[in-house]
Design a protein around this ligand. Sequence first.
Ligand SMILES: O=C(O)CCC(=O)C(=O)O
Length: 258
Amino acid sequence: MSAMTQEQKLFFETNGYLVFPNLLSPQELEALRSAADTTESVWRSDPTRLGLRNPNLQQVQAPIEYDSRFLQLMVHPQIFPIVREIVGEDIQMIDNDYFISPPRTNSHALWHHDVGMSKIYHPLSTLMVKVFYLLSDVPKGGGGTALIPGSHRFPHDFPLPQVSNPDEMPGHIRMEYPAGTAYLFHCRIYHAALNNSTDTTRRVLIYNYGHFWMKQWQGYEPSQALKASAKTRVMRQLLGIGDAYGTSLAGVTDLEQE
Ligand SMILES: O=C(O)CCC(=O)C(=O)O
C-alpha cells in the first residue's frame, strides 16, 4: 500500500516538492501556535539556548526539545508516511527548527540546495526530505520559501543564474500560503527564503528527515531525556536510537507500535 497517490508520486518525481493545503486543522494549528508562543518566550528569555538571533531570522533550534506537540508533529499521520515512502525505511530525523522571519527584512537564505557532499550520486538518490508547516499566513512578498521546480535533478555543476536579490531568480515558484499549509521538498532542489517586504512575521516549523546512517546535524542530537521518552519504534528510530546500519521500519504498519 502506497502512502502517496499516483499523482503525488509523479508530481514529486517531476518537480521535487509537494504542497498540502489545509493540512493542519484549526484545532491543530491553535495547539501548535500556543506551543510555539511558549517555546519562543522560553528561548528568548535565555540567550544560551541554541539558535540564531539575527535581525532577519530568529531560529529556535530543535523545538522538539521544548514541547511534546512538536515531537508528535514529526510523525504527522498524513505527512510522515509520505516522507517515509520517499526517504525509505531507514528514515531518521536530521534536524528541526522553528523559524521566525521578522517583517521588513531581507532573505536569511539565498539560493542553495541542502547537500553538496562529493562522491555520493545525488541526482537519482534522495538523501533528505524537508517538511515545512506554516504557523502564520505567508502573504505575497512575506518572506516565503521559493523553489525551482525540477532542480533536484540538475547535475552537480549546473550553472545557476547569479542574482543579487533572491526574488529575481528566473522560473522560481513561491510557497505563499495560508497558515496550516504544509509543504515538503527534496534536499537537492534549489531553494531560498525570499525577502519579507510585508508587515507580517513569518512563522514556520521545519523537519528534516534523512537516513539512519547519517549523522544528525550538530546541535540537533536529541537529549537523553527526549530519547528516554520515545515509546514507539518509529519515534526511537527517528531520534537515532539503533545501530547505524540495519535499523529499519520495515514491517511497521502502525505508527504507535512499540
Ligand atoms: O526559510 C526558508 O524558507 C528557507 C529555509 C532553508 O533555506 C533551508 O531550510 O535550507
